[in-house]
Ligand binder design. Sequence first.
Ligand SMILES: [Cu+2]
Length: 163
Amino acid sequence: MLKTLIVAVALLAAPSLVQAHQVKAGNLELIHPHIRASMGQSPTTAGYLTILNHGKTADRLLSISCACAASVTVHEMKMTGSMASMAQVPSVEIPAGGKVTLAPGGLHLMVMGLKAPIKAGDMVEMVLTFDKAGAVKTPFEAADRPASKPMSDKMPGMDHSNH
Ligand SMILES: [Cu+2]
C-alpha cells in the first residue's frame, strides 16, 4: 500500500521534477523540499526546505503529516557550548516578506516512525498545514545523507544521529 503510494507519487512527479522543487500556495513559496534517505532500518529521518512569504502578513506552519511516518514535527537543533541538543518547536512563523530556512544544524522536519525505508530518489509527499495558506501538499525528494557531522556523536537521547 505504502509502496504503491510512493511509486504513484514518483510517477506523477517524474515529468515535472523541476517544478517539484518549488510549490506555490497563496503567498507562500516552498523551495527545494528534500528529505534525507533513511539509514538501514532506522525509523527516523529529517526533512528540509525553504519557505518564502511574499505576503504582507505573517503566516505560520502549524503541523505536518506524511503517510510515510507515524509523526512529523518541527525540531530545532541548538548548540550550547559544544553540546548539540534538540527541542520540538510548536509552530514556525514565516514573517511577512521574509523567509524561514529548514536546514541541517538548525530547524528541520523530524520524521519519526517511518513505515518503510526511504531511498535516494524516492518522492515522499507531506502535507504542510499553515495558518493562512492552509494544507499544502508538498513532494519531498529523497537524497543521500550528507557526510556525517562531527557533532553527531554528541547528540543526547533519541535517534538524532540521522541529522
Ligand atoms: Cu530532530
